[in-house]
Design a binder for this molecule. Structure first.
Ligand code: ADP
Ligand code: MG
Length: 240
């Protein structure tokens, strides 16, 4: 019926894979994120987040989270305790609220994931009081969550929905370049904040891209073998 790969199960292993990929991507992008923050803030955003996600990985490596919600809640709590600055409490609370939205379920689906990211956005909006166009992470996350909810309401296949989410986040982050900041340290610069991408919007793209990448990897691993596909994902390429 469809030629797209089997949708992966959105279970505890999947959420752990997302956060693991996010931690690796933040580490890889640490210097770029810090340079963005050096232009309009205090030059610590990449270092802050890298320290936080390294702490998250230590916690996830030493505990066995039972549910997706536990993965997100441990992530959020650790980010709050390890990341200084504005982004620690904002991202930390967002992950915690996303976890609460998932509840105790062992596995969620696209509408459940969209609702969780909706809750994350609401948490950031409430805590940071940033509106759309204030040149913050909200300008990447809000369009991303809108795209994901739109896709979920149309029963779009998961990988397409997540691709649309990432595209919207990227466009949102790029749209922060001509904005003048009205929240956070960048707002101290007034009009001089114009012409630079917001670092928090850029890190939101990194974290959401990790979510898409985790889904692509899980789908191509044949993570969801229950669909009765012709292979169990262990097929080896025959090489040269
Ligand atoms: P700090 O500005 O305290 O050094 P970071 O550098 O870690 O913290 O994070 C800066 C990012 O946090 C900004 O680029 C912006 O996206 C986000 N941010 C700052 N203040 C707010 C706010 N009130 N609401 C939403 N996001 C915010
Ligand atoms: Mg900073």
């Amino acid at each position: 019926m469809t030629t797209s790969p089997a949708a992966p199960a959105l279970d505890t292993a999947f959420f752990t894979a997302w956060i693991t990929r996010a931690a690796a991507a933040i580490e890889a992008d640490r210097v770029r994120l810090t340079e963005l923050d050096a232009a309009i803030g205090d030059g610590d955003h990449g270092t802050n987040l890298d320290r936080g996600f390294a702490g998250v990985m230590r916690v996830l490596d030493t505990t066995s989270p039972r549910t997706p919600a536990t993965v997100l809640s441990l992530t959020g709590t650790t980010l709050i305790s390890k990341v200084g600055g504005a982004s620690g409490p904002l991202y930390g609370t967002a992950f915690r609220r996303a976890g609460s939205a998932l509840g105790d379920t062992p596995e969620t689906d696209l509408p459940g994931l969209a609702a969780a990211l909706d809750a994350a956005l609401a948490a950031i909006r409430k805590l940071g009081a940033a509106r759309d166009g204030d040149k913050t992470m909200v300008d990447a996350l809000a369009p991303a969550v809108a795209a994901l909810n739109d896709a979920a309401s149309k029963a779009t296949p998961l990988l397409d929905a997540l691709s649309a989410m990432v595209d919207a986040a990227r466009a949102g982050a790029e749209a922060t370049i001509p904005m003048q900041a009205s929240k956070g340290r960048a707002s101290y610069l007034g009009p001089r904040s114009i012409g630079h991408e917001d670092p928090g919007a850029a890190s939101t793209v990194v974290i959401l891209t990790a979510l898409l990448d985790a889904a692509i990897a899980a789908a191509s691993d044949g993570h969801s073998a229950a669909s009765g596909g012709p292979t169990d994902g262990r097929e080896e390429p025959s090489g040269d």
